[in-house]
Design a protein around this ligand. Structure first.
Ligand SMILES: Cc1cc2nc3c(=O)[nH]c(=O)nc-3n(C[C@H](O)[C@H](O)[C@H](O)COP(=O)(O)OP(=O)(O)OC[C@H]3O[C@@H](n4cnc5c(N)ncnc54)[C@H](O)[C@@H]3O)c2cc1C
Length: 402
C-alpha cells in the first residue's frame, strides 16, 4: 500500500469538496481531494451557479475568467401552473455584484475550479480515487484509505473532510448519527432536443399532477420529471408509449420531442432523500455539504448550501490547521455556524414537498395556483424575497482568507 501524508484529505470532488480544497490550498494548507469518478462529466448534477457562488468568484478574483465560459444568465424565475405563468423571483435587486443566476453544466464549473486549484503547489486532485475506509489512531480519525486503479493508498492527515455527497461512505464509516426527514418523490432525469427559437430561461411547470423542470444546456434541454417515490417501476411496466404520453402532457413547447426518448435507458432515476447529521464532526473528521445534510432538489439550493459550508469550513479551520491539528471544539464551530441555514432551508423544502408536491401528485390534477403566486405577479417588489432565498440563501459566507 502506498502512503501519503497531508494536512487535509477531502473525500469527494463535488461542489463542497472542490471549493473547500481550493480555499484551504490558497491558505497554504496541503490538501488532497479524492474523486471516485475519472472525470466530472456526469449528467445528474445541478447546473445552478448561484449569485452567492458568483460573489465568491468575485472575492477570489476569478469572476472574469469564470464568466468567459459558456453560460446562461437568468434574471427572473417563472413558474407555470396549467396555462397560467407566474414570475416568482427577481434576481436584479440582490446585494451581490452579479445580479443573476448563471446556468452552466456543473462539470464545467468543477473543471474550472480544479484548473484554478491545480495552479497551487500544495493542492492535489486524485481522480478515480475512492475513499473506502477511515484510519483511526488513539480514538481519533487520522486519515483514510483510497482505492485507485494503481492500488490502495493510505493517506494520513490532520483532518478528513467528508464531502462525498448524499450516499457518503465517510458518513457511513464514521458512525455519526443522522436524522431522516424523508422525501416523498424521486426525479427522472432525461434530455429533450433544443430547437432554435425556444426560450432559454429555466421552465418549472405544474400540469395535471405532474411537475417538470427544463434547464437549457446549449443544444439540449436537461429535464427533471418529478414522480412519486417508487413510481418508476410502475411506469416502466406501463411501457414506453404510456411514459411518452405522460411526458407529453408536461413537456409544453417540447411535447412533440418526447419521441426522441427511445428506451428507458435514456431515463435516469435519481433517488431523493432529505436528512441531516445530528453531529457533523468527530475528532479528526468533519462532514460538509450533502454528506452532512442531504438536500432535496426543491428550490435548487443544495449546491449553494454545499459551497457555503465549504467557505465556512475554510474560514474557521484554515487558521487552526496552519498551526496544529484541529480540536473537536474547532470542528464543532463549523456545524454551529452552518446548522441554522441548513435547518431553515430544509424546513422550506419539506413545506414545499408536503403542501405543494405531495397533495397534487396524489390528486393527479393541476393545482389551483395559491394566493402567493398571484401576489408575486401583482407586486414585483415581492419577487426579491424568493430570489434572495434561492440566490443567496440564509447566512451567506464570504472568503476571509485571500
Ligand atoms: C435530482 C436532484 C436534482 C438536484 N438539482 C439541484 C439543482 O438544480 N441545484 C442545486 O443547487 N441543487 C440541486 N440538487 C441538490 C444538489 O445536487 C446537492 O445538494 C449538491 O450536489 C451537494 O454537493 P456536494 O458537493 O455536497 O455533493 P455532491 O454534489 O454529491 O458531490 C459528491 C462528490 O463525491 C464523489 N464521491 C462520492 N463518494 C465518494 C468516495 N467514496 N470517494 C471519493 N469520491 C466520492 C461523487 O462522485 C461526487 O463527485 C439536486 C439534488 C437531486 C437529488
Amino acid at each position: 500500500m502506498e502512503m501519503l501524508n497531508t494536512h487535509v484529505v477531502i473525500a469527494g470532488g463535488g461542489p463542497a469538496g472542490m471549493i473547500a480544497g481550493l480555499l484551504l490550498a490558497r491558505a497554504g494548507i496541503d490538501v488532497i481531494v479524492l474523486e471516485k469518478h475519472k472525470d466530472f462529466l456526469r449528467d445528474f448534477r445541478g447546473d445552478t451557479i448561484h449569485p452567492s457562488t458568483l460573489e465568491l468568484m468575485v472575492e477570489l478574483g476569478l469572476i472574469a475568467r469564470f464568466l468567459a465560459r459558456p453560460h446562461t444568465e437568468v434574471r427572473e424565475i417563472t413558474v407555470e401552473v396549467g396555462k397560467e405563468v407566474f414570475p416568482v423571483g427577481d434576481f436584479t435587486h440582490l446585494p451581490t455584484q452579479c445580479k443573476f443566476m448563471a446556468l452552466m453544466p456543473q462539470w464545467d464549473f468543477l473543471d474550472f475550479i480544479s484548473k484554478e486549484a491545480r495552479k497551487l503547489p500544495n493542492f492535489l486532485l486524485m481522480m478515480e480515487a475512492e475513499a473506502t475506509d477511515l484510519l483511526a489512531k488513539r480514538g481519533r480519525i487520522a486519515g483514510l484509505i483510497a482505492k485507485t486503479p494503481e492500488g490502495l493508498y493510505e493517506i494520513r492527515s490532520r483532518l478528513v473532510i467528508g464531502a462525498d455527497g448524499r450516499h457518503s461512505t465517510i458518513r457511513a464509516k464514521s458512525n455519526l448519527k443522522s436524522k431522516e426527514i424523508g422525501a416523498p418523490f424521486d426525479v427522472l432525469w432525461l434530455r429533450l432536443p433544443f430547437v432554435q427559437g425556444d426560450p432559454v430561461e429555466p421552465v418549472a411547470r405544474f400540469q395535471g399532477g405532474d411537475f417538470f423542470i427544463m434547464l437549457y444546456r446549449g443544444d439540449y434541454w436537461q429535464c427533471a420529471f418529478v414522480i412519486p417515490k417508487g413510481a418508476f417501476n410502475m411506469m416502466k411496466a406501463e411501457g414506453l408509449t404510456g411514459f411518452r404520453a405522460r411526458l407529453r402532457t408536461v413537456a409544453g413547447f417540447a411535447r412533440e420531442r418526447v419521441e426522441t426518448i427511445q428506451s428507458f435507458d435514456d431515463v435516469r432515476l435519481l433517488t431523493v432523500k432529505v436528512d441531516r447529521l445530528t453531529r457533523w464532526a468527530r475528532r479528526g473528521l468533519i462532514c460538509i455539504g450533502d454528506a452532512a445534510h442531504a438536500m432535496s432538489p426543491v428550490g435548487g439550493v443544495g449546491v449553494n448550501l454545499a459551497i457555503q459550508d465549504a467557505v465556512a469550513t475554510a474560514n474557521i479551520l484554515a487558521p487552526v490547521l496552519l498551526k496544529h491539528t484541529p480540536r473537536l471544539s474547532d470542528l464543532n464551530k463549523v456545524q454551529k455556524r452552518r446548522q441554522w441555514p441548513t435547518e431553515i432551508t430544509q424546513w422550506f423544502q419539506v413545506q414545499a414537498q408536503k403542501r405543494v408536491l405531495t397533495p397534487n401528485m396524489r390528486a393527479r390534477q393541476t393545482p389551483k395556483p395559491p394566493w402567493i403566486l398571484y401576489a408575486l405577479r401583482r407586486w414585483p417588489w415581492l419577487r426579491r424575497w424568493p430570489a434572495r432565498f434561492v440566490g443567496v440563501g440564509a447566512r451567506p459566507e464570504h472568503v476571509e482568507i485571500r
